[in-house]
Design a binder for this molecule. Structure first.
Ligand SMILES: Cc1ncc(C[n+]2csc(CCOP(=O)(O)OP(=O)(O)O)c2C)c(N)n1
Ligand code: SF4
Length: 527
């Protein structure tokens, strides 16, 4: 019984990877965690340490592929924005050893800033996308995806969503494939994207599009099932097929159903569905990508329903009830939500050091007024809520430092950045160099709790190195301060923040106290 995330991990292990590269992010984190704890992965000594961010993860996976070995790289959807540069360029270089990119989307934004749809990256990079409908397919598609990647010499995207990643089902394993031997690329210069080479490789990528469609036809991941009721034809992408079938006892819908789990979609499958029904309903998680495609194809006359037409909600995760409404059926909900689980706002843990820092920051800034604190993403983002209301922004990882800089450039004074230790090494360091380079009047507060707490307490790559990183970047040691965020240090923290706020240059305050949840876990594991 595996989570979807675990099924991907096991599919990759059995498919013969030599390494997994990743940066944590819900709902993708459990893929790497599974491999970190798996006995076979440990015995095989496959690479399974967290990377500093998604870009470094992707590039390391590509390096492993260059060396002829198979690799898996994992991230959440917004992580792929960070890794977009190596991803797009790897679609031009192609791969040597098989490379599967597992990217986990989060429709409804259960724990994300947006709900972008990673299938578009597949379209953008012109590489295959596999979209499993269940845990068994997640396993099989990862296993086969590594092979497909080697066959096409291209990276392959495996797109999942939160519901699939975090639900369990039985998975049957296949006989494992061996890891590859170290082998350099057969074509010297394959990974050299000089313009003269890149033009040739880009043409080769364009030339592969036909074979990608042919393979989508042959693998059987996309399938068409005839129906007895031709009033509607239904296209189900990935997990959405479950939402349809849950509406029919025995799991058989009377309509013709086209299940899509591999892109690009062979057009004749869409044409076949169109010929067998009067109207079309498209069920897909994320953006109305296939609905737009089908509307373009059959716009004339054939009525297409989905997220765009208003038959389904435009935003948020699908569920069987949404599908029932789109089918014009009555929703029968035998269960109600018990009051004990009804909406509770998230909050920082009692005793968390972030609380003490926010209390001090609020006191120090009492006289300067609101709108001066640029924050980042982590547990400390909860400082936006009651009772603190201590931060004013949260956009993307690393944006606290650079937005504080831009606002300071615009004349905002004082200008503070609040950033966690992991987010700082993920993408705050480069912004700090911008500040140092221009002597920007910005105070950066690094909340060092020795963990990537928000995603479950993974190790933070910057632990023990933050002072050296800051002074290495060029922060004046006289304006690099360290404090322990505890109630008893409130006055000291307030004084420190006020002093650094007066300084006309870059200052860094490191508020260092371990995450109490991580400490509790470590203590429990020792017993
Ligand atoms: C590009 C990107 N990758 C990953 C995430 C998921 N994520 C949210 S916060 C966070 C890191 C939090 O660690 P840290 O900055 O140390 O703060 P803490 O939670 O420990 O307070 C991660 C990995 C994300 N939102 N965006
Ligand atoms: S998990 Fe750790 S860092 Fe996050 S709120 Fe709780 S104590 Fe604070």
């Amino acid at each position: 019984m595996l989570l979807g995330a675990e099924a991907i991990a096991l599919g990759a292990l059995d498919g013969g990877i030599s390494g997994v590269y990743a940066y944590p992010g819900t709902p993708s984190t459990e893929i790497t965690e599974y491999l970190q704890q798996n006995r076979e992965a440990i015995e095989r000594n496959i690479h399974r340490t967290w990377s500093v961010n998604e870009k470094t993860a992707y590039e390391a996976a590509l390096g492993m592929s260059y060396a002829g070995k198979k690799s898996l790289v994992c991230m959440k959807h917004v992580g792929l924005n960070v890794a977009a540069d190596p991803f797009m360029n790897s679609c031009i270089t192609g791969v040597n050893g098989g490379l599967v990119l597992a990217v986990a989307d989060d429709p409804s934004m259960h724990s994300s800033q947006n709900e972008q749809d990673s299938r578009f990256y597949g379209k953008f990079g012109m590489v295959p996308v596999l979209e499993p409908s269940g845990q068994q397919e997640a396993y099989d598609m990862t296993f086969d995806g590594l092979q497909l990647s080697e066959e096409l010499k291209l990276p392959v995207i495996l797109r999942i969503t939160t519901r699939l990643s975090h639900s369990r089902s039985g998975v049957v394993r296949r006989s494992p494939r061996k890891e590859n031997r170290l082998t350099l690329p057969a074509i010297p210069g394959q990974f050299l994207l000089l313009p003269a080479f890149a033009r040739k490789y880009y043409q080769q990528l364009l030339d592969k599009q036909e074979s990608m469609i042919r393979i989508s036809r042959e693998t059987g991941w996309n399938s068409f099932r005839e129906g007895t009721d031709d009033s509607l034809g239904i296209i189900c992408c990935g997990i959405a097929v479950n939402y349809l079938l849950e509406n029919f006892p025995g799991g058989v819908a009377p309509f013709p159903v086209l299940k899509i789990s591999q892109y690009p979609i062979p057009p004749e499958l869409l044409i076949r569905l169109e010929a067998s029904c009067r109207e079309i309903l498209v069920l897909e998680e994320g953006f109305p990508m296939v609905e737009e495609m089908v509307t373009d194809l059959f716009g004339r006359g054939k009525k297409v329903h989905g997220r765009l037409s208003g038959a389904l909600p435009r935003a948020g995760e699908l569920n069987p009830d949404h599908v029932a409404v789109a089918l014009g059926r009555e929703i029968v909900s035998p269960y109600s939500v018990p009051p004990v689980v009804a909406g509770r706002p998230p909050a920082l843990c009692q005793g968390c050091g972030h609380q003490d820092l926010f209390n001090a920051l609020n006191t120090a800034l009492e006289e300067v007024g609101p709108g001066k604190v640029f924050s980042d993403i982590g547990c400390y983002t909860l400082g936006a809520l009651a009772p603190f209301h201590a931060i004013d922004t949260c956009v993307d990882m690393g944006a606290s430092v650079t937005m504080a800089k831009g606002a300071a450039d615009a004349g905002l004074k004082p200008s503070f950045a609040v950033i966690g230790d992991s987010t700082f090494t993920h993408s705050g360091m480069t912004g700090l160099l911008d500040c140092v380079h221009e002597k920007s009047p910005v105070t950066v507060i690094i909340l060092d709790n020795d963990a990537v707490a928000m995603t479950g307490g993974q190790d933070s790559a910057g632990s023990g190195r933050l002072e050296a990183i800051c002074t290495g970047i060029g922060v004046d040691p006289a304006h690099l301060r360290v404090v322990v965020p505890l109630k008893r240090n409130h006055t000291e923290m307030v004084r420190m923040i006020r002093e650094e706020m007066e300084y006309d240059g870059v200052s860094v305050i490191i508020a260092r106290r371990p995450c109490i949840q991580k400490l509790a876990r470590e203590k429990k594991n020792k017993v």
